[in-house]
Write a protein that binds this ligand. Sequence first.
Ligand SMILES: *Cc1c(COP(=O)(O)O)cnc(C)c1O
Length: 592
Amino acid sequence: MLTPRIEIDLEKIAHNAKVLKDLYGSRGIDVIGVTKVVCGNPDVAKALVKSGISILADSRIENIRKMRNAGVQAQFLLLRTPCLSQAKAVVKYADISLNTELSVIERLSEYAIDYDSPHKIILMVELGDLREGLMPSDLDNTIKHVLDLEYIELIGIGTNLACFGGVKPDDEKMGYLSATANDVENKYGLTLEFVSGGNSANYNWFMSTKDVGRINNLRLGESIYLGCETLYRQPIPGLYTDAMTLVSEVIESKMKPSVPYGEVCQDAFGNIPEFKDQGQIRRAILGVGLQDVLVSGLTPRLDIEIIGASSDHIIVDAKNIDVNVGNEVEFDLNYGALLSAMTSLYVNKVSSDQLNAQEYCEMVEQKYRKHMQDLPTISIKEDHSPLISLNESGFNLIFEPSIIKDYKYMVREAVFDKIGRISKRLENEDKTLIIRSAWRSFEHQRLLWEERVDSLKKEYPKKQIEEIEELVSYFIAPPSKSMHSTGGAVDALIYDLKNDCVMRFGTNDGLKMNLNDKCYPYHPYITPEAKNNRKLLIGLFEEEDFAVDIKEYWHFDYGNVSWAIETGKEHAIYGRVAHTSNGTGLPGGFLY
Ligand SMILES: *Cc1c(COP(=O)(O)O)cnc(C)c1O
C-alpha cells in the first residue's frame, strides 16, 4: 500500500464521538462535530453523523462545500468568522456561522435576502483568549443592530478559549457566558437556542463543575479524533487515542556514526545542528518529511527515536529494532501533525473501510493460491453423465452472446436440472436467470484467453508477454486449467424484468464486466444494492449445492475439483471434457 499514508479508523472515531455525545448530553450539552483538522473528509463526516451528531462545523467554506457535495446529511456551521469576500458562499453553503463583525453580518443579510434563505448566526464573545470575539461591552450595540437585519436569525452566543492565549475555560468564564445569555434574553425578549461554551478544552471544567449553567453546546474536534482533553493533553477515559496513524516506509537502513563528520555549517533550514556522540548506531531513513507532516508532532509506536528530519526524510535511531528497507513504521500524531498530514498533498488518506477491503482482498488472494495448490491433489471419480444444451432446454433463461458461433451452453445432466429449478424460482420474483457461459472446449477457452491477451497488449504496449499473461490469468484460466471444461461450471447473472435491466452487482454495466478485485464475491466496498443482489444470486446457487468461485461472484461450480475443495467433498465427479463427439451432447473424450 502507498506510503506515506494516514490511516483513519472510522469505527474508533465514531466510538469517541458517541461516548462524548453521551457524556456531555447527560447534562444537557449537545456536541457539534468539528471537521477542520481532517479537512472536511467526507468519510469522517459520515462516521460522525452515524454516531448521532447532527451539526458539523468547519473553519473553511471549501470543506463545507466538499461535505455537502459528498452527500453528508447534516447541518453545517462555519467556525471561522466569515471573510467579507466569501459572504455569498457562506450563505449558500453554511446554515449557521459564528460572527463578530457587524459589517460581515450586514453582508450576509444582503445575500440571504438575495437567496431568499435566512442565515443563522451565533455571536462570539471575547472572554480573554484574545482570538475572535466581541468585547462584552460591545455586545449590546451589536445585538441591537443585528435584530434589525432581515434574513439574519440570532440563534445564540458563544465563546472560544484555550486556542490562542491558552486561557482555561473555568466556572468563572462559563458563569460569565451564562449570565450574558440571561441578560441578552431578558433585555431583548428572545430565546437563545445555543449557548456554546467552547471546544475540547472544556472537558476539565465539565467534569469538575457543579452546575453547567446555561451552557448547552460544545464544538469538539481534537477530543473526538485524538481522545484527549486539550489543556494538559490527558487521555479521556473510554476513548481511543489511536484512531489516527501515520504510516511511513524505511528507504535506507545502515550502521553509521551518530555524529556528522566534516566541517559543520547550516542545515537545510538554516540551523547549525548539534548531536550527541553515541558511536555507531543503526540509522534508518523513512520516506516521509516536513513536506508531509509536522515531524515534531510525531511519536513512534516502536521503541525508536527520531533524530531529525528534512523536507523529504525522517532519520531515526532504530536502537535495538531490526528495521529493513520496505518495512512500515507507524506513528501517533498530535494535533499539529494531524493537521499537516491531512493537508499535505503527498500523504494518502485511507479510512478503515478501505483498509478492510485491502485485508479482504489479501485474504482472497491467499485462499486462491492455496486452492490452486490443492487442485491437483483432488481425485475424480468420473460419473460419465452427458452434457446437455441449456439453450434447447425450454427453461426461462437469457443467454449472453458468445464469441463461439452456435454456442450451445452445455452442462452436465445434474447441473441442467439445478439450473431449471433456479430459473423457476426467479420467475416467481419477476426475474430471469442470465447464462453467460457454460461448458467450454479447449478451443473456446483458448479464444477467450487470446482475446484478453490481445486487449491487454494494446492497453500496456510496454509490458512483457509474461506480465500480460499473469494479468490475464488473474481472471481467465489458461485453457488447460479452466473449470468450464468440466461441464460443471456456469457463469450467471440476473435480469430484473420489473426494471427491465440486468441487476447491478457492483462491477457490471449491463452484461459488460469490469474485471478488478471488486469481483471478489464479498468485497466490502461495493454498494448495499450490489451486496444484496450478490446475496440473492449466490444464495440461489448455494441452495443447489454449487460453490461460488473464490474470485468471481458470477461463476459457480458443481461436481468438479473446485467444487470438491470448496464444499469439502472427498472427490470430484466431473473431469474435463475436451470435446463433444457429436451434437447430441454425449460426452466425447474425458481427461482425468
Ligand atoms: C477549532 C475550533 C473548535 C474545535 O476545537 P478542538 O480543540 O479541536 O475541539 C471549536 N471552536 C472553534 C471556533 C474552533 O475554531
